[in-house]
Design a protein around this ligand. Structure first.
Ligand code: KG4
Ligand code: ZN
Length: 407
């Protein structure tokens, strides 16, 4: 038994230096339940995935037309035990072989976060393991370092169903927030548009999330058939707004329903074109904000002169059209673009375990099993300098976007 936190940490530092296998000995179990995925994974310090398991609630929520927090909570409760033990079994690891358990505790749905946290605290207390509370967006931001040798600082765009933000990652737990969502997140907008278009009734889309359905249908659509204005194109900052776009799309859907003589709930004939136009407008807004963030970073020397990099992650980052548009911006401004593979962009236990590994290596935010931890549904990432970015009022040069839908 360890008497103090210092005892605990010293023991790990000793292990690291005496085993002769500095990175093989420490294993982290990651647990994710912040929204609608129950995920777990065991990683070693090199980022090798020993085992993982993911239960997605997507199908249940598609049936009810959106996430009902109490339903999400019950589904996490029904699955967490199995997901974690299956992960340990696949990994061939017993709880006593783990160095730490890392769990998402912020931000997210309160009822969902509570299940992961309560399970994890019981687990670390029962097995006397270290506990590492994880910020969900920090985990999305760092995942890329599991796959690429990327040094700090780098620029990161995180876009998902609950968030959109631009930040400079300066260290494992050191972020400068350049811009954030002012209303809804892009994934949320795409999910709501997909729902309004009744895409779950489309034979190709019935098992897909809203964003995935829009991407698939957009491939066969003509984005120029509808014109939606880029949200807040005139505000010279890096914040995001998608509620106005959703409003424009809803008005257009209503108009088309009237023209085709159908009501809500019927698939429109122009659904592919609407999907393509919606996807393009989301991509353009993300690209414009990202372009300004890059210029702000350059003006303030926030990125290295040698190989400055933009990392894009979060569920929406698995969209290939959006990646392509962002690639045009990075090419134009001389940055490298890195995106984790789609499977690691959406929520999963691997990214949380990796965040745990990063924090364990740095000795940051590591708690003893009996320490008290609370979940936080709302938790900004890093130090907010978005007002400074707005004050800089950076105007953008025009970038020509010649891009096909079906990429
Ligand atoms: O990161 P994530 O798994 O969960 C949150 O933290 O929100 O992201 C899920 C979101 C959903 O809104 C989903 O519609 C969106 O990511 N998404 C996509 C795509 N795949 C998932 N959006 C656009 N294109 C995709 N291919
Ligand atoms: Zn996420």
């Amino acid at each position: 038994m360890f008497r103090t936190k210092v005892d605990f940490l010293q023991r790990f530092i000793r292990c690291k230096h005496t085993s002769g296998r500095p990175f093989c000995s420490r294993l982290v179990l990651g647990i994710e339940t912040s929204c609608d995925e129950t995920g777990a994974a065991v990683l070693d310090e090199t980022g090798s995935i020993l085992g993982e398991c993911l239960h997605s609630q997507k199908e249940e929520h598609l049936r009810t037309g959106g996430i009902i927090p109490t339903v999400a909570q019950q589904l996490h409760r029904d699955n967490i035990e199995r997901v974690v033990w299956e992960t340990l079994e696949k990994s061939g690891v017993t709880p006593s072989q783990l160095s730490a358990v890392a769990t998402t505790v912020k931000p997210g749905l309160a009822l969902s976060l509570s299940v992961g946290l309560e399970f994890s605290l019981r687990f670390v207390r029962q097995h006397n393991r270290l506990f590492i509370p994880i910020h969900h967006m920090e985990a999305h931001a760092l995942t890329v370092r599991m796959l690429h040798p990327l040094f700090f600082p780098f620029l990161v765009l995180l876009v998902s169903g609950g968030h959109s933000l631009l930040a400079v990652a300066q260290g494992v737990d050191d972020f400068l927030l350049l811009g954030h969502a002012l209303d809804e997140a892009p994934g949320d907008t795409l999910d709501k548009v997909a729902r309004r278009l009744s895409l779950s009734k489309h034979p190709q889309c019935c098992t897909l999330s809203g964003g995935q359905a829009i991407e698939l249908l957009a491939k066969d659509g003509d984005r120029k058939r509808f014109y939606f204005t880029t949200p807040m194109g005139k505000t010279p900052d890096c914040c995001f707004s998608f509620a106005g776009l959703r409003n424009q799309i809803t008005m257009t859907i209503k108009k088309k329903e009237a023209e085709e003589g159908v009501g809500e709930g019927t698939l429109l004939s122009c659904v592919n074109d609407l999907a393509a136009a919606a996807q393009h407008t989301v991509a353009s807004h993300l690209a414009e904000r990202t372009h300004r963030a890059i210029l702000f970073c350059k003006a303030n020397s926030l990125l290295p002169a040698d190989n400055p990099t933009l990392v894009v992650s979060g569920g929406v980052a698995s969209n290939r059209y959006i990646r392509k548009v962002l690639a045009i911006i990075t090419e134009w401004t001389g940055l490298s673009l890195l995106c984790p593979p789609g499977k690691l962009c959406t929520d999963n236990g691997v990214m949380v375990a990796w965040n745990g590994v990063e924090r364990l290596r740095e000795g940051r935010g590591i708690l003893l099993p009996n320490q008290d931890v609370r979940y936080e549904p709302k938790a900004p990432l890093g130090v907010d300098i978005s007002a400074e970015v707005r004050a800089a009022a950076i105007r953008l040069p025009r970038v020509r976007m010649k891009i096909q839908n079906n990429i």
